[in-house]
Write a protein that binds this ligand. Sequence first.
Ligand SMILES: [Zn+2]
Length: 222
Amino acid sequence: MRVPYITAWTGEVVPRPDVIRITGRVGEGIGYADENPVTDRRHEALWVRSGIAPGRGEPDFRHINSLRQKRAMRYDLCGVCGETVFGIREDERTLHLLGGDSPITEGETTTAPPVHPACAVDSVETCPPLRRGFAAALVEYTTLWGVAGVVFEPVTLAPLPCPGSRPGELEHVHVGGKRIRWTLANFTVHSLHGVTPVSLDELYAMAHSQLLMPGGEPVSVP
Ligand SMILES: [Zn+2]
């Protein structure tokens, strides 16, 4: 089974420093005692630390590597193979694939990077959560919306439960709001715009036409 580009590996786990209260450039928030302003902070949020060593140890399919997710979102890399998703459609729309039964809606926020059609087919055939239900859509453009992370209570520094979600689920926190300074971010969140839903048949057809292009990867398409 192919290990998706954004999947975490057990050899990438690094020590997690304690979160402390700091007074930064724009006010109070959370930080690390030995914070590196270049690697630990982005969009005003503090970021979890992560190693980057794909292939070291075992793939951990329950977790996503924070650094590769961030890179994939920033540069429009396929979440499955890690290559650019541009260059296969003249209209430059990107394909997005989300788990669950609900269709992708206009303006929806997500931590999932775009995917190639052939990689999407590979995923829906082999990834257990996606086999239980998925939605696909072509998207005209995406914008940075915020981060997904854990928000800390400013007085007690206790992690706050994510409203309306299951325990352990990450909260989507908007860039520009005050809460982002109290957020330990794991992932970049984009919003999806110009959304056109894609059916399973259309997904297979898109994957098939991608395979006819130079550089198309072999994948099991009926
Ligand atoms: Zn791909």
